[in-house]
Design a binder for this molecule. Structure first.
Ligand SMILES: [Zn+2]
Length: 302
């Protein structure tokens, strides 16, 4: 146990370290090199530097990009796309509003035909940018949808699904149907305690339902892309990984509920908790207290 704890603490340090070479961090965390256009299936792949995992589809008649990390990373990605095609980006999709997924949109100005996100995602992108006084540094979606949205791009059909609140109130599941790849955005933190953005309307209870709905909507062959992963875990996986995330969220609620019944205060709970009991393989880090806080508030409201 002590070895594991040490490992986890080092993991926490690594995630925030800027002195270590990027490729060292990425290789350990993701199984993908920083700056690599890693192919997955057909013409679909992922790109990773700093921030949420980017998805891409490039063929002769169309280019799709899913999420943009930050401006510098997005510029590097555009360089990589230009090595593969003369086309501009036909469609850019934001899985949700967070800066590590949509902050790089601005780099695509003049290089993208259409940007789509869920209505709530656009709302929060605009809200946060106004709060920070950075609206002119953002490139917002020009298209929004509420439940479903679909378009044919090159040889691929891309379908957007909204299953309600989860990590935020505006998370899109993106199905590249022919490749049968689904980008989950931050609805999937693979074996890492997730950020849960209550200010932006997150819901742990609905997140559990939503993951189940995803497993029912897509099939056994579906390959999933995850927004983030814990150290030593991959940013792609299967329905079994979605199931594990459901179980983690259930364990979180169960643990907090039990502690509330025992009369533990929220402060005591934050103080004494390092990992969630029976979910110790879900690595902690900076969102541990957020997990406890949001679970606490949701259960008190119920
Ligand atoms: Zn996020």
């Amino acid at each position: 146990m002590s070895t594991r704890r040490t490992f986890l603490k080092q993991g926490g340090l690594l995630a925030g370290a800027s002195l270590l070479p990027m490729h060292h961090i990425m290789a350990e965390v993701m199984g993908i090199e920083a700056g690599e256009m890693k192919p997955l299936r057909r013409n679909v792949g992922i790109y990773m530097e700093r921030g949420g995992t980017i998805g891409w589809m490039i063929d002769k008649e169309g280019v799709i990009v899913i999420d943009t990390q930050f401006p510098d990373q997005a510029k590097n990605l555009i360089g990589k796309i230009k090595e593969k095609t003369d086309r501009q980006v036909d469609l850019l999709i934001n899985t949700h509003h967070h800066g590590d997924h949509s902050g790089g949109n601005i780099a695509f100005k003049g290089f993208v035909k259409q940007i789509v996100a869920h209505t709530n995602s656009k709302f929060h992108q605009e809200r946060v940018a106004k709060e920070r006084g950075t609206l002119e540094k953002n490139l917002l979606p020009d298209t929004t949808y509420d439940t479903n949205w679909s378009k044919k791009i090159g040889g691929e059909t891309v379908s957007l699904h909204y299953f309600g609140a989860g990590h935020t109130s505006g998370d899109t599941l993106i199905h590249l149907e022919n490749a049968n790849v689904v980008h989950m955005g931050d609805l999937m933190f693979n074996h890492r305690m997730p950020n849960i953005d209550a200010v932006a309307g997150a819901s742990i209870k609905n997140w559990i339902k939503l993951l189940k709905q995803a497993r029912r909507t897509f099939d056994k062959d579906t390959l999933y892309i995850f927004g983030h992963a814990g150290q030593g875990f991959e940013v792609t996986g299967s329905a079994a990984d979605l199931k594990e995330m459901e179980i983690y969220l259930k364990k979180l609620l169960k643990y907090v509920k039990k502690e509330q019944k025992k009369g533990t205060s929220l402060e005591q709970l934050k103080e004494k908790t390092e990992l969630i009991p029976k979910a110790e393989d879900w690595q902690g880090g900076r969102f541990k207290n957020v997990n406890l806080q949001v679970a606490w508030d949701e259960l008190k409201q119920a």
